[in-house]
Design a protein around this ligand. Structure first.
Ligand code: CDP
Ligand code: CDP
Length: 204
């Protein structure tokens, strides 16, 4: 039976971490939809027109290990403004969402555009400062030289672009449960998410 969990929110709010744990808990498949935009953004940096890249996207492109860099994140948010690029990526996401056995999708517009009928919706947030600190720590751990102010500026720039675009802007669905992870460790954030999904299952 299909059961879709939509998890949206801004960069480094904890969506991916929560999504993986929730998917594992319920035995559902997980799709990080940011990887679709990152894969297209990556191609754009190589000079390939974004729409061509979106049309030619294959599932294995999401496994590339150079998709996590700050440059690719910015490129992703630039191609994500283009309505035709977004349109190209809809069918794949909707098919994944309605697969038998349940699915967790995380991104920016899952609960509002991709799957407004999702059985459970979460909107995961945290302050920009906390999110920038998390990304900064990740970059340091990966051996990337950067500074906190630069990461914070990057996070703010991407937030503004994601919230300000006309097509599928980042915003909570009216029926989403909000989880602010600013003061939560991963275990506490995951526990809140599992509780919210369990409650939604009970309503279904
Ligand atoms: O997917 P998204 O960009 O929203 O965030 P993430 O990749 O799940 O989390 C970003 C970083 O914050 C990771 O290094 C997580 O381990 C960390 N994190 C945290 O410190 N506390 C939380 N409650 C959630 C995530
Ligand atoms: O991991 P992080 O939260 O930093 O970013 P991501 O989820 O990998 O998304 C990268 C960019 O793709 C975002 O800044 C958005 O512009 C775009 N995106 C989107 O527009 N819609 C989605 N469903 C997922 C990502």
């Amino acid at each position: 039976m299909a059961f879709t969990i939509a998890i949206d929110g801004p960069a480094a709010a904890g969506k991916g971490t929560i999504s993986k744990a929730v998917a594992q808990h319920f035995g559902f498949a997980h799709l990080d939809t940011g990887l679709l935009y990152r894969a297209v953004g990556r191609r754009m940096l190589d000079g390939i027109p974004a729409l061509d890249a979106a049309r030619a996207l294959m599932a294995q492109d999401l496994d590339a290990d150079d998709l996590r860099t700050p440059d690719v994140a910015q490129a992703a948010s630039k191609v994500a403004v283009m309505p035709q690029v977004r349109a190209e990526l809809i069918d794949f996401q909707r098919a994944f969402a309605r697969r038998a056995g349940g699915a967790v999708l995380d991104g920016r517009d899952i609960g509002t555009v991709i799957c407004p009928e999702a059985e459970a919706k979460l909107f995961v947030t945290a302050s920009a400062e906390v999110r920038a600190q998390r990304r900064f720590d990740e970059l340091c751990a990966a051996g990337v030289k950067t500074d906190y102010d630069r990461v914070l500026a990057d996070v703010r720039e991407r937030d503004a672009r994601d919230m300000g675009r006309a097509d599928a802007p980042l915003r909570p669905a009216a029926d989403a449960v909000r989880i602010d992870t600013s003061g939560l460790d991963i275990a506490a954030a995951v526990a809140q998410a599992i509780t919210a999904v369990t409650l939604a299952q009970g309503k279904g």
